[in-house]
Design a binder for this molecule. Structure first.
Ligand code: GLN
Length: 542
């Protein structure tokens, strides 16, 4: 087949939101990869924001960052974790982006005096974006996840664009996977199919017939339920898949393969399906996640602790790193706003590792600094990411270098020791969207450092999302007192990693390693941190 003309699979959702379309899309991609096809996944988000970069994590969970510096939906994180294939700006499209380009064209007069409409102008732009990834000519299959739920007003242009694309690309070159919910009524002991029937009706009203139905359920589907759904939704009975709750999301590809999702979907898009997919390493990984030899306790200190989705990539990196060490990492979310010196021992005393999370603004910052101090003074393995690294620098400046009011100028512009400061090129920036230091930058690691040993290489590329930086005016003082800048951007001389001498494991990274951890390539720093936490717990008998 020609990679210039890939096949398209669209994943839609109905009945309820948050059913896990991202995980189903990623699982399908994993299965097709395991069968030797090259695949990418993109997400279309129907909201009006241009990207989620300006959203509060409580609104939309973590903001994920791609290699090329796009701030995206957290589902792209799932895509990368399941496929180990980097996504890019083109993999996340929002209504905001669509309208922005159509309006820009209109302002340039490119519509030649015509009235601009949702159909065809907005739908044409959606179709153009959906097909953009095909220009790379490297994919056999492009999976497109459509955010939101069928029937939402804001999803309509997307559904219409998919209808038109199916018509023009051909029904054997496209397929629709629709994910719905089968609720269980405990009072009558029944699984109910009606919401699914209605959801498929809503799709049909808009001209789309699903090829595969994936039904989220708490209880196993009976053959009768499958037949009923198949009959009322015009879907082959073998194309009705059950997606039952599983202990780990990483089991979903295996559950889908058991029901032959890969075979069914390849049949729909007319691609050969020979033999069995190679899922060996995946199965080994899931086995390690499900059967850890022991548990190790790590504190995740941050201010969005009520919503674990706000730290999605960090949480998943611990799953990968735990499996790499044959342990389960039990994360305790510690709200930094409530962490005071008086009760810190009772909260952090039980921990074998402390991670101080990324973040913005001064709220909760003193609790984070107190957590760093505790880790430094008690020899507890410490991992500071982005703001967490900046907190380790502030803490060291205050309590070791003696700058009592040291701070980041993000928190206190009048500080006499601005150990973390705004980059020169950030000083004139007023627009908030997409203006931070974003995406992958090189980092040179110092010989003899723990980070270099963990990576096993001298030059690494890691992703960034921040405005403030280590202030190099203080570099020598920090280094002389033991907080060593061991990772430097070779092009700009910016400090990317600090490491504390004489401590079992104390590392702060200005970049976000969590964005690059995947099932098949757990991040070396997370793996090394978890190993240190295991050693600490064994020494301290925790
Ligand atoms: N607020 C800090 C900055 O902008 C850190 C950002 C982060 O943790 N992602 O530099």
């Amino acid at each position: 087949m020609s990679k210039a003309k890939p096949k398209y699979i669209f994943v839609t959702g109905g009945v309820a939101s948050s059913l896990g379309k991202g995980i189903i899309s990623a699982s399908l991609a994993r299965l097709l990869l395991a069968r030797g096809y090259s695949v990418t996944i993109q997400k279309l988000d129907p909201y009006i924001n241009v990207d989620p970069g300006t959203l509060n994590p409580y609104e939309h969970g973590e903001c994920y960052v791609t290699e090329d510096g796009a701030e995206t939906d957290l589902d792209l994180g799932h895509y990368e974790r399941f496929t180990s294939i980097a996504t890019s700006k083109a993999n996340n499209v929002t209504t905001g982006k669509i309208y922005q380009s159509v309006i820009n064209k209109e302002r340039k007069g490119e519509f030649l005096g015509k009235t601009v409409h949702v159909i065809p102008h907005i739908t044409d732009e959606i179709k153009r974006r959906i097909q953009l990834l095909a220009n790379k000519k490297i994919y056999d299959v492009i999976i497109t996840e459509i955010g939101g739920t069928v029937g939402d007003i804001e999803s309509l242009p997307y559904i219409e664009a998919v209808r038109q694309l199916r018509y023009s690309l051909g029904y054997k070159n496209t397929a629709i996977v629709h994910l719905t919910l089968i609720p269980y009524m405990s009072a009558s002991g029944e699984l109910k199919t009606k919401p699914t029937q209605h959801s498929v009706k809503a799709l049909l009203e808009n001209g789309l017939q699903p090829d595969v139905l994936v039904l989220r359920t708490e209880k196993h589907l009976t053959a009768q339920v499958r037949r009923k759904v198949a009959l009322f939704c015009n879907v082959d009975v073998e194309a009705v898949m059950e997606s039952i709750d599983v202990p780990t999301i990483y089991e979903v590809p295996l559950k889908m393969h058991e029901q032959r999702l890969d075979e069914v979907i390849l049949g729909k898009i007319d691609l050969p399906c020979v033999g069995e997919p190679d899922l060996k390493s995946w199965i080994e990984f899931v086995d390690k996640v499900k059967n850890p030899t022991r548990t190790v306790q790590v504190a995740l200190v941050g201010k969005y602790t009520e919503l674990p989705d706000a730290y999605k990539s960090i949480v998943e990196s611990f799953v990968h790193a735990g499996a790499a060490n044959h342990v389960k990492v039990k994360l305790t979310y510690v709200n930094s706003e409530k962490l005071s010196k008086e009760h810190i021992e009772s909260v952090l005393g039980k921990m074998s590792g402390i991670l101080v999370a990324p973040g913005f603004g001064h709220r909760g910052i003193e609790g984070k600094i107190a957590a760093v101090q505790y880790a430094r003074e008690h020899g507890v393995p410490f991992f500071g990411i982005c703001l967490g690294m900046q907190c380790s620098v502030i803490e060291f400046a205050r309590n070791v270098l003696g700058y009592a009011d040291a701070n980041s100028t993000e928190m206190e512009t009048a500080t006499s020791a601005p150990v973390i400061d705004l980059m020169e090129e950030q000083k004139g920036v007023t627009e908030k969207g997409g203006t931070m230091r974003l995406g992958a930058y090189p980092c040179q690691l110092a010989e003899g450092s723990k980070v270099r040993a963990a990576y096993g290489s001298e030059l690494v590329y890691e992703r960034h999302r921040h405005r403030y930086e280590f202030n190099n005016d203080y570099m020598e003082q920090f280094s002389a007192a033991g907080l060593k800048p061991v990772g430097i951007n070779p092009d700009t001389n910016l400090v990317e990693v600090v490491e504390l001498e004489g401590h079992p494991w104390f590392i702060g990274t200005q970049f976000h390693p969590e964005y690059k951890s995947t099932v098949l390539n757990p991040h070396p720093l997370f793996a090394s941190f978890v190993r240190a936490a295991v050693e600490y717990s064994e020494n301290e008998k925790k």
